[in-house]
Design a protein around this ligand. Structure first.
Ligand SMILES: [Zn+2]
Ligand SMILES: [Zn+2]
Length: 270
């Protein structure tokens, strides 16, 4: 006989909740940085820069490490300091001027920090997956619209396409409208699903990682699209094709929307 009875399921849920409880206790510690009104913006910038950093180091080492060539999507391209620094500068500037006031409002209006119990592991995993699928669908619709309407493309999305060969720090090189749109999709889904604040943090970390990986310019054996079966996940090679060809692969992560609407273009395996 397969399947669990209700008491076994209850035991599993309780143990998975206990598994996350120490982490949640650290997060909601009244003396921790997490309680600061600056936390969300510092968390967002730090996570982004930490995820970009290994790829920046690889780009710096690239001319002296020939073994990296086989993983580089554009072997003859390596970003220069004149490309890297404006991207980093724009991210910092936009976070201080635009993201910080929004996260401050969110902090002031959010009583969730007072929750004492951690989420269950299974609930956290399901919520993160659903948030990713919803974010993917919303950004797909936004992205198609901003490519099909020339005014929208010129005014709001063109800036993200300035780097046709992308690199990690170009991930958040975008207009303020695009940044807010992504932030809105990011925030509305966790609200709709009633996600636990710890789930929200985990979702943000995964979302930032996947977006940085999409723009990294490196196709490694452990890249996410190689770990997800049946070609369901496009990842770095798909998004790189979008940056070089403009008219395909509009979804940031998964492939089903582009497949359904005929805009999926497959990259040649490397
Ligand atoms: Zn685009
Ligand atoms: Zn992009």
């Amino acid at each position: 006989m397969s399947g669990w009875n209700s008491s076994e399921l209850q035991v599993f849920c309780n143990s998975s909740q206990r598994f996350l409880q120490p982490l949640w206790d650290c997060v909601r510690n009244p003396d921790a940085l997490t309680q600061s009104p600056f936390f969300l913006v510092i968390f967002g910038i730090t996570t982004y820069v930490v995820f970009c950093l290994p790829f920046v180091v690889l780009d710096v080492l690239y001319p002296w490490v020939p073994a990296l060539r086989r993983y580089k999507i554009h072997p003859n391209f390596s970003p220069t300091a004149r490309q890297l620094l404006p991207c980093l500068g724009q991210t910092l500037y936009q976070h201080v001027l635009f993201v910080f006031p929004v996260t401050l409002l969110h902090w002031a209006s959010s009583p969730d920090r007072l929750l004492t119990e951690a989420p269950e592991l299974l609930e956290l995993a399901c919520h993160v997956l659903v948030c990713l699928l919803l974010f993917d669908a919303e950004f797909f619709a936004w992205h198609v619209l901003h490519h099909k309407v020339p005014w929208l493309y010129r005014t709001f999305h063109k800036v993200h396409h300035q780097n046709s060969s992308s690199f990690a720090l170009a991930t958040q090189y975008m207009s303020v409208w695009e940044l807010f749109s992504l932030g809105f999709f990011d925030a509305v889904n966790v609200k709709l699903l009633g996600c636990h604040p710890l789930t929200v943090l985990v979702f943000h970390v995964i979302n930032i990682w996947l977006s940085v990986e999409d723009h990294s310019g490196y196709n490694f054996p452990w890249s996410t699209h190689r770990l997800v079966p049946f070609g369901w996940y496009g990842g770095v090679v798909h998004h790189d094709l979008h940056h070089t060809q403009f008219n395909c692969n509009f979804a940031p992560y998964f492939t089903h929307w582009d497949r359904l609407l005929g805009t999926l273009r497959l990259a040649h395996a490397k």
